[in-house]
Write a protein that binds this ligand. Sequence first.
Ligand SMILES: CC(C)(COP(=O)(O)OP(=O)(O)OC[C@H]1O[C@@H](n2cnc3c(N)ncnc32)[C@H](O)[C@@H]1OP(=O)(O)O)[C@@H](O)C(=O)NCCC(=O)NCCS
Length: 177
Amino acid sequence: MTELMIRDAVASDIPALHALIESAYRGEASRAGWTTEADLLDGQRTDAEELASILSDPDQGLLTAWDGDTLVGCILIARREAGVGYFGMLSVRPKLQNAGLGRRLIATAEHTMAERFAAQRVRISVIPQRVALIAWYQRLGYTATGETLPFPYGDTRFGLPKRDDLSFIVMERHLSV
Ligand SMILES: CC(C)(COP(=O)(O)OP(=O)(O)OC[C@H]1O[C@@H](n2cnc3c(N)ncnc32)[C@H](O)[C@@H]1OP(=O)(O)O)[C@@H](O)C(=O)NCCC(=O)NCCS
């Protein structure tokens, strides 16, 4: 890989973003990575409509990592209540995982949300069955708040669950910037 560039996504990036996110989260392609939702969910992770609505919302955005003209990673950032940011849709091209890009995208997202949204805390939501992913977030300084959120069963925009016990746990990190 050459030197990566990280920049805000624009509308013309949506097709590449959609393909990247689906390939990282779902289906056989995602199994080339070290963590995926393929055992938990089929169907889509997002769609062009959701991505367009994120990019048109001043309180959200997507940061994208590029190796030349190739999109290799992305992360959603969002403003929550005062002083709180949120990240999600964290995706790294499966064959390029485990080389530090995921960690770098999180650090960039935290820094950007501190600057842009005055975030002092950053929150994420994770499916509890994803034990290795949760352990990684813990190594990055995130701890469970104790809050849980329901999985949106019945809304196929979030995918087709393979089991009936999915939910989210909320994790949070206090930024020291
Ligand atoms: C989560 C994801 C973005 C991580 O990206 P990445 O580029 O692999 O991340 P990094 O290389 O920075 O870090 C990988 C970490 O996983 C660890 N790891 C690698 N293989 C592992 C395995 N088989 N089991 C457990 N941990 C593993 C590495 O040791 C490293 O930990 P460290 O940073 O403490 O050293 C990427 O796996 C991905 O796109 N997954 C699919 C989408 C997804 O699940 N997103 C998160 C949903 S909330």
